[in-house]
Design a protein around this ligand. Sequence first.
Ligand SMILES: [Mn+2]
Length: 497
Amino acid sequence: MRLKDLEKFNTITIQCHDNPDPDALASAYGLYRYFKENGKDVRIIYSGPFKIRKSNLLLMINELKIPISYHAAGEGKIDGLLITVDCQYGQGNVTKLEADDLAVIDHHNGVTDISLSEIRPGLGSCATLVWSLIQQEGYDVISDRAVCTALYYGLMTDTGNFSEISHPLDKDMRDALVFNEAQIRLFTNSNISLEEMRITGEALAGYTCISNYSCGLLKADECDPNILGIISDMALQVAEFNVVLAYGHVSGGYKLSVRSCTREVMADEFVKAITNGVGSGGGQDYKAGGFISEDRMRADDPSLSIRDYLDKAIRTYFESFSIIFASEYRPDRSLFAKYKKNPLTLGYIDPLTFLEKNTRIKVRTLEGDTELIIDGTFYLMVGILGEVYTMSIDKFEASYKKTESVYDRQLEYTPRIYVEPDGRVFDLYDRINTCVPYGTSYITAAKLDKNVKLFTRWYEEKYMKGETGDYIACRVDDPQDFYIIRKDIFDITYSPA
Ligand SMILES: [Mn+2]
């Protein structure tokens, strides 16, 4: 859905979920300003048993002049269009109001039969979704300082001060917004209420430890997600814990905040495993967040408690993989077969065609950000799924032939380059040239029969993850140079030799 599709309505009411949080307020405000500029009769409301009293929310409303009003139950039907933001109409966390027409804009998991809906569960905040929707229609967000500040604060609080961000669009918004720093500082320093301080203290005091795995588990009373981040940050400092999971009930399920300080567990991978099939999760190597849906968790066993679910999921996770150090690995070589690389067209980019030498850049892809300095010695290669990696020009010249064809693969997110010092942004799609490999190269590889974490010889800080069905490969001319190739990539890239 595009916002344009909602412009046939002249009277529009935007509803935040009950107990609004900064993300709901920010999302509503972004939409409000957009519809206002388009001449609509628009307002923002919220309902539920409680009126807003948290000090950071009151400051946000007053400082940014967000025109939100409380709608008591029984005030009657809503005229025109009702849009629920940061929540979905009919779900438990938002009071159901009658209206002529309905729309939903949200970033939580869920299915709705409302046709006017835009739901993107991969995003860290609903603010990010609103940012992209209003920009798509040409709204000049950057000139609207109050909206920028609101959107920034919405994303910030929904992602544990940005530490749990995983989607590149979230990062794009964070880097693009021009916000009022003094106001953000003001809101941040009024963040915790006395009640939340009590919740934090009780969660810490009630810790449990999953034996054998140095994994701390902390249960908090219902609270803002950013309080869970405070709890997990604090608990990770305890010597006995290498991995920490703080969780608390929210409408429809449980929010999780995960921290890790061991190289053998990446927080985002851990939270994805714990929420697999029952919710969603993501983040970075050492900090991540997620959500577990109550309905999906209890699909088979209606009496299952979250504590038992987590205990089992965490043990299953730790028992599901083995760790391989490439330099010491002595596998049964008879399980390895020889494969040859298919002559696939790849993409490459010569950064010197549009950037100066010695420029510090950040390459943003769906997999994450990589920082580099352009020194004239490498090209950026674009793999078959849009993954970007560097290759020395010497190696490139020896292995690939440049071709004239146009790069035409569909990518879920187009890689971008950010120039750190001056903020320039380059969309890479139109700069991708094509090449094909010379000759044939060979590897030996074996299919994995269990999950592994592999520390390559070149980088022992961070593992490559391999799942059952992926391949562990090594170069024919260097038998200790082990690495992992994902099944889907392997099947396209290699054939038996
Ligand atoms: Mn949200």
